[in-house]
Ligand binder design. Structure first.
Ligand code: DQA
Length: 141
């Protein structure tokens, strides 16, 4: 099984950015964590991060015919991006949305997710572990 893991804007600043919310681990540590979890599960994984909505849309489009599933943390675009929702719908691959923080217990605007409408599952508030849980869910089919 091959999975693309896509991380959205500002996640490159993990460790620096609001550590009381997102934790002290860096983005490089997150990428290593995901690669380790994937290896444990026997999954081939590609881990990417972008601050640009259009680039994320292009990466989702490139998943079509190339990978079996998508794990996505669209970060702030979760709450705004119809383009990311449409791209996920277009490729129609099994997808799981992950958030490091518990978006349901934060500001009201974080409770809305467009991308979740095209995802089989949302995992929030589990920190790095959320990505491993997403891969486990996808591998079980
Ligand atoms: C986030 C939650 C979003 O609301 C926020 O904009 C982010 C990160 C998370 O992983 O908890 O950038 O997706």
């Amino acid at each position: 099984m091959k999975v693309m893991v896509i991380n959205g804007p500002n996640l490159n600043l993990l460790g620096i950015r609001e550590p009381e919310i997102y934790g002290s681990g860096s983005y490089a540590a997150l990428a290593r964590y995901i690669e380790g979890a994937a290896a444990d599960l026997g999954i081939e994984v590609l881990v990417r991060q972008s601050n640009h909505e259009g680039e994320i849309v292009t990466w989702i489009q490139e998943c079509y015919g190339a990978v079996d599933a998508i794990v996505i943390n669209p970060a702030a675009y979760t709450h705004t991006s119809v383009a990311i929702l449409d791209a996920l719908k277009a490729v129609a691959l099994p997808a799981v949305e992950v958030h490091l923080s518990d978006v349901q217990t934060r500001e009201e605007f974080r409770r809305t997710s467009y991308s979740a409408l095209a995802c089989k599952k949302v995992i929030a508030g589990q920190g790095f572990d959320g990505y491993r849980m997403a891969l486990e869910f996808l591998v079980k089919g």
